[in-house]
Design a protein around this ligand. Structure first.
Ligand code: COA
Length: 155
């Protein structure tokens, strides 16, 4: 299966809403700023509140396999957020593909030389995914149970 990044459509945001079924999942996915339950019809406006780009990961049948955002918070550094894979397609390596494609897009389109993210330390799949991609824990004051991580690209 081939996967590519695209600008998300309103239908994609509606599908994302179907993937989040409780407050704990919502917190782990989107952080404390997105209250659960949310109205899927306005999810895009709830997620796009600061300078960033949203991306839908589509398979070759144009079906939504994943979603993620790259925030522009520091010069030269992209910040990954709201990373999620279709619950029916997890543990098949698609999270790795999504993050690798997002990193590539950030480097090619924005010229980022580093990527950062926050992850809840009890979110084992996410911690494993980011570590496997080369993200390294970095000390930074944040919400309880959250770890800041950085991927530094070679000069
Ligand atoms: C985190 C998430 C994106 C991972 O997506 P995925 O497609 O299942 O991940 P992959 O199949 O690419 O696996 C990536 C790595 O994580 C590991 N992994 C995946 N699921 C795992 C699980 N349930 N427990 C432990 N490790 C797991 C894989 O073994 C792989 O590690 P490896 O490269 O060392 O073998 C997915 O679980 C998800 O959408 N979670 C809900 C939203 C969320 O929590 N997002 C993170 C916000 S910070």
């Amino acid at each position: 299966m081939e996967y590519t990044l695209h600008p998300p459509s309103p239908q994609h945001f509606a599908t994302l809403g179907d993937w989040i079924s409780d407050a704990e999942q919502c917190l782990r996915w989107a952080g404390p700023k997105l209250a659960f339950p949310f109205d899927p019809a306005v999810l895009q406006s709830l997620l796009e509140t600061e300078p960033m780009d949203s991306y839908a990961l589509l398979d070759q049948h144009a079906s939504l396999a994943g979603f993620g955002q790259i925030f522009r918070r520091e010069p030269g550094t992209g910040h990954l957020g709201r990373i999620i894979i279709d619950p029916r397609r997890r543990q098949q390596g698609i999270g790795q593909i999504l993050c690798s494609e997002l990193i590539r897009a950030g480097v090619q389109r924005q010229g980022f030389r580093a990527m950062t993210l926050w992850v809840y330390l009890d979110n084992a799949p996410a911690v494993q995914l980011y570590s496997a991609l080369g993200f390294v824990a970095e000390a930074r004051e944040g919400a309880a149970g959250c770890q800041f991580m950085r991927l530094q690209m070679a000069a």
